[in-house]
Design a binder for this molecule. Sequence first.
Ligand SMILES: *[C@@H]1O[C@H](CO)[C@@H](O)[C@H](O)[C@H]1NC(C)=O
Ligand SMILES: *[C@@H]1O[C@H](CO)[C@@H](O)[C@H](O)[C@H]1NC(C)=O
Ligand SMILES: *[C@@H]1O[C@H](CO)[C@@H](O)[C@H](O)[C@H]1NC(C)=O
Ligand SMILES: *[C@@H]1O[C@H](CO)[C@@H](O)[C@H](O)[C@H]1NC(C)=O
Ligand SMILES: *[C@@H]1O[C@H](CO)[C@@H](O)[C@H](O)[C@H]1NC(C)=O
Ligand SMILES: *[C@@H]1O[C@H](CO)[C@@H](O)[C@H](O)[C@H]1NC(C)=O
Ligand SMILES: *[C@@H]1O[C@H](CO)[C@@H](O)[C@H](O)[C@H]1NC(C)=O
Ligand SMILES: *[C@@H]1O[C@H](CO)[C@@H](O)[C@H](O)[C@H]1NC(C)=O
Ligand SMILES: *[C@@H]1O[C@H](CO)[C@@H](O)[C@H](O)[C@H]1NC(C)=O
Ligand SMILES: *[C@@H]1O[C@H](CO)[C@@H](O)[C@H](O)[C@H]1NC(C)=O
Ligand SMILES: *[C@@H]1O[C@H](CO)[C@@H](O)[C@H](O)[C@H]1NC(C)=O
Ligand SMILES: *[C@@H]1O[C@H](CO)[C@@H](O)[C@H](O)[C@H]1NC(C)=O
Ligand SMILES: [Cu+2]
Length: 567
Amino acid sequence: MAGASSFILSLLALLTLLPHPSFAGDIRHYKFDIKLQNVTRLCKTKSMITVNGKYPGPRILAREGDNLLINVTNYVSNNISIHWHGIRQLQTGWADGPAYITQCPIQTGQSYVYNFTIIGQRGTLWWHAHISWIRSTLHGAIIILPKRGIPYPFPKPYKEAPIIFGEWFNADTQAIIRQALQNGGGPNVSDAYTINGLPGLLYNCSKKDTYKLKVKPGKTYLLRLINAALNDELFFSIANHTLTVVEVDAIYVKPFETKTLLITPGQTTNVLLKTKSSSPLADFLMLARPYATGQGTFDNTTVAGLLKYKGSRKNLPLFRPILPALNDTKFATNFTKRLRSLANSQFPANVPQKIDKRFYFTVGLGTNPCNLNNQTCQGPNGTKFSASINNVSFVLPRTALLQSHFFGKSKDVYSSNFPYSPSKWFNFTGNPPNNTMVSNGTKTLVLPFNTQVELVLQDTSILGIESHPFHLHGFNFFVVGQGFGNYDPTNDPNKFNLKDPVERNTVGVPPGGWVAIRFLADNPGVWFMHCHLEVHTSWGLKMAWVVLDGDLPNQKLHPPPADLPKC
Ligand SMILES: *[C@@H]1O[C@H](CO)[C@@H](O)[C@H](O)[C@H]1NC(C)=O
Ligand SMILES: *[C@@H]1O[C@H](CO)[C@@H](O)[C@H](O)[C@H]1NC(C)=O
Ligand SMILES: *[C@@H]1O[C@H](CO)[C@@H](O)[C@H](O)[C@H]1NC(C)=O
Ligand SMILES: *[C@@H]1O[C@H](CO)[C@@H](O)[C@H](O)[C@H]1NC(C)=O
Ligand SMILES: *[C@@H]1O[C@H](CO)[C@@H](O)[C@H](O)[C@H]1NC(C)=O
Ligand SMILES: *[C@@H]1O[C@H](CO)[C@@H](O)[C@H](O)[C@H]1NC(C)=O
Ligand SMILES: *[C@@H]1O[C@H](CO)[C@@H](O)[C@H](O)[C@H]1NC(C)=O
Ligand SMILES: *[C@@H]1O[C@H](CO)[C@@H](O)[C@H](O)[C@H]1NC(C)=O
Ligand SMILES: *[C@@H]1O[C@H](CO)[C@@H](O)[C@H](O)[C@H]1NC(C)=O
Ligand SMILES: *[C@@H]1O[C@H](CO)[C@@H](O)[C@H](O)[C@H]1NC(C)=O
Ligand SMILES: *[C@@H]1O[C@H](CO)[C@@H](O)[C@H](O)[C@H]1NC(C)=O
Ligand SMILES: *[C@@H]1O[C@H](CO)[C@@H](O)[C@H](O)[C@H]1NC(C)=O
Ligand SMILES: [Cu+2]
């Protein structure tokens, strides 16, 4: 007996010493040529940055365990980098993509091969440019099938369809954000939302650009929803149909039914759509429009797609779903509280239980002094809009953090003193302080390998309460609690769900409230964390974690690939 158990123990020890054993899949090559393409929507033609001339960009199809080699070549004048949103990038932070965090951008005429293996993940994710506002046109779906022979934990769908929500701007988004950052005001809003690149029939000059989902009666379809919009959380609903939510951010959830769902930029949601048992003599609109909580102006238009039953006639009556009010926080709260991990033996919820480090971050807007000679800026009271975490507005370095970290040259690039908790305490969700000026810096927080982290993100009322969809690179996290008002460190933890909380990579901080997340820092590298409303990221609502190597070989960041772009 003793011999057998010590044999098993040494086998286990051997297994942990081996490099990640999970690369048992295929090698998949993709070629991404970044080039300009003329695209016409709403009767406006725009020369836009695309991958392979496609808008939205090409779909990446892989299987859990596959090694992806994506050769990105930049044929446009802008610098480019691409992020594989939600892919954990275990030991391969070099392939994560945020510009000046894990890599310098790919310059004009250069190529970079993103090389990563999909370990322990399956579901819907997406890729997008991670530099300035280029992701408005540079994004696409990543579909990761389960390993061969492993079924979905829900009825096998008859067919699948990606539903990518985007934002169409008649103007160039680069110019929009450049101008806003210069004059300090809020950037111009989009002209339309899109489903798979199409604004739909509710906009002028757009009837022919309507996404159509053609279905058969009595079947189950898997819709892979992705919110690729720049600045807007969205409500989505299909008239006269109920959706069953089965997965978010490539993590299966306990299935539940809903007529309407909420999806923030950065999030993905898989739903089952069961069609009616016989062909109804009707067509059905699928609509999406914003959930908006801030005080700024926003694009309040509605994108429409059509659900059509095959073989049905023309000129059928058209039904329209009822969406929540633009500011329906009650609905948003109710919906997000229904999301629960499967938490079974096959798909356990490994929630960190013994927390090593606790952090409390305030997130919200703020201001910078106007630095325009002779002029007043267009932000609040003649200032410039800014945004911060714990009053630090993050300044991107000129070289990438990950290289600086790996080569031990961080001294002049970043500091490691990002505050654990707010430096100035006030009633965060009460009356805001008179002084709304923020500080700035390139500050990080260092975590030893395998630190169990708890982080509470607290919205502030500075320049108005607002929901912030927070995205963490390199990890999934568990959403263990959320509430309104100020987080109460004495009483709120008693209400945490440590059993089956939803696991994801992007979570909405409730407007005027807080959310508590937990993650295990088991992935060495430098990992960006930011609001996925692009305008807030641009204003500085971002920071980075530095996770140190562990002792074992499979706990260390790989050395950089030879073709890593230079600054
Ligand atoms: C886009 O349209 C412009 C103006 O019509 C034209 O000069 C240009 O060649 C077109 N570009 C592409 C990539 O088709
Ligand atoms: C990537 O694509 C570029 C452009 O086609 C090509 O020149 C380069 O050799 C490719 N890189 C690799 C590693 O295949
Ligand atoms: C991709 O990276 C792995 C290590 O993560 C390495 O073994 C492999 O050779 C790389 N592939 C290519 C084509 O460079
Ligand atoms: C769709 O829903 C509306 C409102 O609930 C209802 O009046 C109508 O009969 C339904 N139509 C079909 C074809 O299901
Ligand atoms: C959308 O915004 C415009 C301009 O602010 C406003 O006139 C209109 O009433 C709004 N529409 C809806 C549906 O809220
Ligand atoms: C939502 O908007 C409506 C109409 O614009 C307004 O009457 C209501 O007070 C708002 N509700 C909240 C919670 O802000
Ligand atoms: C919350 O969701 C449940 C389940 O769908 C529903 O019955 C209830 O009416 C919802 N409450 C609100 C306030 O939306
Ligand atoms: C500032 O304003 C003065 C008077 O209007 C003008 O002469 C000067 O050129 C301005 N300076 C700048 C930098 O715009
Ligand atoms: C702008 O200034 C006014 C008057 O000084 C003040 O009441 C208000 O709070 C200020 N607003 C902001 C956003 O700083
Ligand atoms: C914070 O402000 C809110 C809103 O004004 C108020 O309800 C709450 O009592 C305040 N909390 C404290 C601790 O003062
Ligand atoms: C903020 O300004 C208001 C009015 O200008 C003043 O009454 C109040 O005392 C100030 N509060 C602080 C904390 O300075
Ligand atoms: C950071 O703050 C300093 C001091 O207030 C200021 O001079 C500098 O312009 C700021 N930098 C950025 C990028 O906002
Ligand atoms: Cu935000």
